[in-house]
Design a protein around this ligand. Structure first.
Ligand SMILES: CSCCC(=O)C(=O)COP(=O)(O)O
Ligand SMILES: [Mg+2]
Length: 227
């Protein structure tokens, strides 16, 4: 019996294009000024230091760190430090009404229905937890954040590592096989299944389900079986 649904964001609840064509360029354009203006804030300082550490830079100028972070945005690197900084920059865009987060049309009603049935909903995304909360707090369909019981990002661990899903099951406090993980990435689902979670692949149009997929595969949330 599925009691808990854990969902990815990009490619699952929401289009890859919104993240790549709206969020990433917004952060890319504002990152240099953001770093210069906020570098003294402890949170920002922490993540700048973490980015330098991740890159193996013993000492780096502010401009070198900015260049590094921009190259990571361009490469879609799932760096925890980059994601934390991007989330801080995206905040202004949401609160100023410059954009709202895309969700596929059936997603809000399906999330509400699962919530009303008593299932607990969680997010696991490479986007930072603050960025996830902003995202679901400002969607095209309004504020969906209250539907979720909790949020996980790569501070819990990489999304392709089974240990991350074991940690999530322990944090949620329910047996792994009662959790259904939804994602558009087969390697993430493989890791979740290795940890004992149930899995469903989202193959959003025009992508077909892969021919030799070993995970249940559906085109949208209405086709997800969560029994
Ligand atoms: C929280 S919205 C930003 C999403 C993001 O930065 C990202 O890398 C999405 O990755 P996901 O794990 O949701 O596929
Ligand atoms: Mg995804």
């Amino acid at each position: 019996m599925i009691t808990t649904i854990l969902t990815d964001i990009e490619g699952t609840t929401s289009s890859i294009s919104f993240v790549k064509d709206v969020l990433f360029p917004y952060a890319r354009e504002r990152l240099p000024a953001f770093v210069v203006t906020h570098a003294d804030e402890p949170d920002v300082q922490h993540w700048l230091h973490e980015a330098a550490r991740e890159a193996g830079l013993v000492s780096a100028t502010q401009q070198e760190i900015i260049d590094l972070l921009i190259s990571w945005i361009d490469a879609d690197r799932k760096s925890t430090a980059l994601k934390a900084l991007q989330g801080m920059i995206w905040k202004d865009g949401y609160t100023n009404g410059e954009y709202t987060a895309h969700v596929y049309p059936e997603v809000p009603a399906r999330l509400r229905a699962w919530h009303a049935e008593g299932r607990r909903l969680y997010v696991y995304s490479s986007g930072s937890v603050p960025a996830q909360k902003l995202f679901f707090g400002h969607t095209d369909a309004g504020d969906l954040a209250p539907l979720f019981s909790g949020w996980f990002d790569t501070e819990t661990g990489p999304k392709r590592d089974a240990e991350s899903y074991r940690r999530i099951a322990a944090a949620v406090g329910t047996p792994a096989d009662t959790i259904l993980f939804l994602s558009d990435i087969v390697e993430e689902l493989d890791a979740a299944r290795a940890a004992g979670l149930q899995t469903t692949l989202l193959a959003r149009a025009p992508s077909p389900c892969p021919s030799h997929c070993t995970h249940r595969c559906v085109a949208d949330f209405d086709a997800v079986e969560a029994h």
